[in-house]
Design a binder for this molecule. Structure first.
Ligand code: ZN
Ligand code: MN
Length: 483
């Protein structure tokens, strides 16, 4: 029997805020001295009163809208009761039956099709303190306690790891596009909680059990956990056992997990409305104000690049996957005024950006955001190459010089004499030079047309990559006919 995974997520995301979710303590806790960003509210002292953070609230509405959710006009906070040492007040302020957003989706492409992952809910809550285990002692740092967290819950719509990977990347892009969060996973700003089970291939019903894995802080570990769980759960099912409904925790970074506790149900949390915070009404005016901040998002941008500029889907995907990259590309497009020229040059510009320019950035250890090259120079280079004013080899050299010196492409081409060599007399001189060194070349060429490539390459080398390869080939063909 064949089984397939059924996967869903809860994603916790730290929105960019100056202060914590319900107090005025600074939210910039990363790397700070333990317990230096605390007050009675985030320490959970009795009698302290929470005041919701407006920025966090606005960011949650913005993200929920971008994820195509309905926004609850009438929303509120609830107490989720559980006791743990990182939560001394005995409850987390979260949202239960009236989250900020519900019933949305994220879309991404999968081969020629697109896939929608449904978003069940988007709500706002507070983070807990950080637990540090040190030689048999448990220490608690409350700097993270009370940090705002947006929780995004998906439906169990994932059927394989590729979908998980694409979803995780698309979600992170959306969050960054909207500047809701840096979503830096290394700083714990975005964390995944996985729930998954296995069902017989082709079955539509959800399995009776579900295994949760908490606190996964990187997309690669997430993939490993899924792979391990597929093996572990399939093994149990094949032995006629049903996997336990339980919560598991990571042990190390290998993707291995171990059981933490048998799963609570939502009844165990005894949710009830937070009495210290009144319900919050999101009226039309507030909603429209936030809606106006939604910019073009990666999926839409990608498909516009394909339709408007004729880019290949893979190129378009690569360009929209980072903000500095798509901004550089759009700067190029702004420089070209004629829509016809745009369509002609865009695929060429994309090719140089994804290929040679990306390689240069890597070689010199730079990021797109720091690039010295002007967008106008890449437009210039792409046009020069496309219209045969420079050969591919020479264009690569010109790009590297402009990239490292910050000089304009035009200047580099002139100074280094990199423009294409079209002069037939000059090229013929080089051709003859090569033939002198290879006396049998023409005879060989008659027998084997593939020798042409080698000869053109030799002449190109003599010209430092500048001679027009078409002209070289024509001259050689002429000689072939004369012989
Ligand atoms: Zn505080
Ligand atoms: Mn949560």
């Amino acid at each position: 029997m064949k089984y397939e995974p059924v996967i869903g997520f809860e994603v916790h995301l730290q929105p960019k805020t100056k202060s914590k979710m319900f107090c005025s303590c600074s939210a910039r806790y990363f790397g700070e001295k333990p317990n230096s960003h605390v007050c009675p509210v985030c320490l959970g002292l009795p009698g302290a009163l929470p005041v919701p953070n407006k920025t966090a609230f606005d960011s949650t509405i913005l993200l929920a809208l971008a994820l195509n959710c309905n926004i609850n006009e009438n929303t509120r906070f609830d107490r989720k009761n559980y006791f743990y040492h990182d939560l001394p007040k005995g409850y987390q302020i979260s949202q239960f039956d009236r989250p900020i957003g519900e019933n949305g989706y994220i879309e991404f492409d999968l081969g020629k099709d697109s896939k929608r992952i449904r978003i069940k809910r988007v709500h706002l809550e507070e983070d807990t303190a950080k637990t540090i285990r040190e030689g048999g002692t448990t220490l608690v740092d409350f700097n993270k306690s009370g940090i705002a967290l947006i929780e995004i819950v998906t439906e169990p719509d994932f059927e394989n790891i590729e979908e998980v990977d694409k979803f995780a990347k698309r979600l992170r892009q959306i969050v960054r596009y909207l500047d809701v969060s840096d979503a830096d996973m290394e700083k714990g700003q975005m964390r995944y909680e996985l729930n998954m089970s296995m069902r017989l291939l082709g079955q539509k019903k959800l399995p009776e059990y579900k295994v949760e894995v908490k606190n996964i802080g990187s997309i690669s570990v997430l993939q490993k956990v899924i792979q391990r769980e597929i093996v572990r759960q399939t093994g149990l099912l094949e032995n006629d056992q049903t996997p336990q409904q339980e919560t598991r925790g990571l042990s190390g970074m290998s993707g291995d997990t171990k059981s933490m506790r048998l799963k609570e149900t939502s009844d165990d949390y005894r949710y009830f409305p937070e009495p210290d915070i009144p319900p919050i009404m999101v009226d039309k005016k507030w909603l429209e104000e936030i809606r106006s901040k939604i910019i073009e998002l990666p999926q839409g941008k990608k498909h516009r690049y394909i339709a408007e500029y004729g880019l290949a889907p893979d190129s378009a995907e690569t360009l929209v996957s980072s903000i500095p990259r798509y901004k550089f590309f759009e700067e190029c497009m702004l420089i070209i005024t004629d829509p016809k020229d745009k369509k002609e040059l865009a695929p060429e510009i994309a090719k140089w950006m994804i290929g040679e320019l990306a390689a240069l950035l890597k070689r010199y250890g730079q990021k797109f955001a720091q690039i010295k090259l002007d967008a106008s120079d890449l437009v210039e280079l792409s046009a020069a190459f496309l219209h045969g004013r420079i050969t591919g080899q020479a264009a690569k050299r010109a790009l590297e010089i402009a990239f490292t010196t910050g000089k304009s492409i035009e200047k580099v081409i002139n100074e280094e004499r990199l423009g294409v060599m079209n002069d037939v007399v000059e090229i013929l001189k080089l051709v003859n030079e090569v033939l002198e060194k290879n006396p049998d070349a023409i005879t060989n060429l008659k027998k084997n047309p593939n020798a042409m490539k080698y000869l053109v390459g030799q002449v190109m080398r003599l010209s430092s990559g500048r001679a027009n390869p078409k002209t070289i080939e024509n001259e050689l063909l002429k000689m072939l006919r004369l012989n």
